[in-house]
Ligand binder design. Structure first.
Ligand code: GLN
Length: 194
């Protein structure tokens, strides 16, 4: 299994470290050609406006949209914003992969970044506490019926799944806890078996 990490900007290296620590082969993705060879892709946190401009510039938006039709994608923080269907109070045109509406920076500014213990509901009977880092995180303001909420914070979704697409408003690569990455890898294996 080869998992790509979009490496245009942001904290892609932390996702690479996490995947390697789980024995997974990783490749940095900066072109549609590099994307083609991957079984799945992670879009990291960073600055969504910058990443979107870069994606437009290298004409990679469509390649990502095509990729997401068939293969698993996991977006964290800015990556979640890129995967969303709409961004409130903004003219941004995200990729429209997850049926969610987000609001950027809606938990506060950089100095108001925080850590919280949240409950993950990944499988029935296997609930678990996860220490989540929120860094200028987006809030998921609305989600469609097909979107499954796997974790919430203060009554709002923070980890969501829609088919083979996964999105987190926080940074699961920063804690050293591999639970969410393992969950995503299981989604990738499931998809490969299907
Ligand atoms: N606030 C950033 C954005 O809107 C996301 C922050 C992050 O990825 N940690 O793109």
């Amino acid at each position: 299994m080869l998992v790509g990490v979009l490496a245009l900007q942001g904290d892609f290296a932390k996702h690479e470290d996490m995947l390697r620590s789980l024995g997974i082969q990783v490749c940095q993705v900066r072109t549609p050609q590099e994307l083609e060879g991957c079984d799945a892709l992670i879009i990291p946190g960073g600055e969504s406006t910058v990443m979107l401009r870069q994606l437009d510039f290298i004409k990679m938006k469509e390649a990502l949209q095509d990729f997401a039709q068939e293969r698993p994608l996991f977006g964290t923080c800015a990556g979640l914003i890129l995967m969303s269907s709409s961004v409130q109070l903004s003219t941004m045109k995200p990729l429209g992969l997850l049926d969610i509406t987000v609001e950027r920076n809606a938990y506060g500014r950089q100095v108001e970044s925080f850590q919280a213990s949240v409950g993950l509901h990944l499988a029935s009977g296997h609930d678990k506490i996860f220490h989540a880092f929120f860094i200028r995180a987006p809030r998921i303001r609305a989600n469609g019926e097909e979107v499954k909420v796997l974790a919430s914070y203060q009554g709002e979704p923070i980890l969501v799944r829609q088919g083979h697409l996964l999105g987190a408003s926080f940074h699961p690569e920063l804690t050293g806890d591999p639970t969410i990455h393992q969950y995503f890898l299981e989604m990738v294996r499931e998809k490969k078996r299907a």
